[in-house]
Design a protein around this ligand. Structure first.
Ligand SMILES: O=C(O)c1ccccc1NCC(=O)[C@H](O)[C@H](O)COP(=O)(O)O
Length: 264
């Protein structure tokens, strides 16, 4: 049976074809060259980790295949400022519209409003999306190994590096982690969300964390909603966390960020 990810990749192919029909790589690269410099996504997290606190990548997420509507009319700038005031290391801006209600407009608006490094959270299947990400102000991209082969992953990471961006290589299981270890990016995201069963299990990070190659930095992603989860995940060595739904739904986003940032 097709997973949510399979369905997203299916329509992403149409979106990329439409992008190529409307914009040339050259014009996107010209916009990327004119964009303000990258802000050091990986470096910002490392600085926070060195201080002993947790580096949070806080996500703007209006809806999702697993949760349905989360915060339909969310104002991207107001949310981003809550996260910044709460001590987020970086922000994750979903730019997929169909499944997550996001847009490149969100990315550009947040870029102009806050100083934090930004991840363009998108389903990358073509290097033209990487150029587009930089043109709209991204500092990092996501490479989901369940959606791409190693050759394409290398191309996406190479394109990001050429544009001064970082790349998070995202894995869900052992064989993907082995592949990630061999790819030229230091950031590995272990996603606790099983897209086949649509459940999140922190046990996924606990199972895989010890298998990261030396020099790789672990980001634990999905299903984190309370300081106790961070305390548990820190036992695996994780000090970088990607958090969306629970922060979006929090009645005091800034305070919740502060609590998660300091949990140990
Ligand atoms: O969130 C989903 O339902 C989903 C479905 C299909 C592909 C990706 C999906 N989520 C993307 C993410 O990785 C999360 O947005 C991110 O890790 C934050 O997770 P959470 O804190 O659980 O919102």
């Amino acid at each position: 049976m097709a997973t949510a990810l399979d369905r997203i990749i299916e329509y992403k192919r149409d979106e990329v074809a439409a992008l190529k029909a409307n914009r040339s790589m050259e014009s996107l690269l010209a916009d990327a060259a004119a964009a303000s410099p990258t802000r050091g996504f990986a470096r910002r997290m490392s600085d926070i980790v060195s201080s002993g606190e947790n580096a949070l990548i806080c996500e703007l997420k209006r809806k999702s295949p697993s949760a349905g509507e989360i915060m339909p009319g969310a104002d991207p700038v107001a949310i981003a400022k809550d996260y910044e005031n709460g001590g987020a290391a970086c922000l994750s801006i979903l730019t997929d519209f169909q499944s997550f209600g996001g847009s490149l407009g969100d990315l550009a608006a947040v870029r102009a409003a806050v100083d934090l490094p930004l991840l363009r959270k998108e389903f990358m299947i073509d290097v033209i999306q990487v150029a587009e990400a930089r043109a709209f102000g991204a500092d990092a991209i996501l490479v989901i190994l369940s959606a791409v082969d190693d050759a394409l992953a290398r191309d996406l990471i190479g394109a990001a590096t050429d544009l001064g961006m970082d790349a998070i290589v995202e894995v869900h299981e052992e064989d993907e982690l082995e592949r990630a270890n061999a790819l030229p990016s230091a950031l590995i995201g272990i996603n606790n969300r099983d897209l086949k069963r649509m459940v999140t299990e922190l046990e996924t990070t606990e199972r895989l964390a010890g298998r990261l190659a030396p020099g790789k930095s672990l980001i634990s992603e999905s299903g984190i909603s309370e300081p106790a989860h961070i305390v548990r995940l820190r036992k695996t060595g994780a000090q970088r966390f990607l958090i969306g739904e629970s922060l979006m739904k929090s009645s005091d986003r800034q305070l919740q960020c502060e609590n998660l940032r300091k949990a140990s």
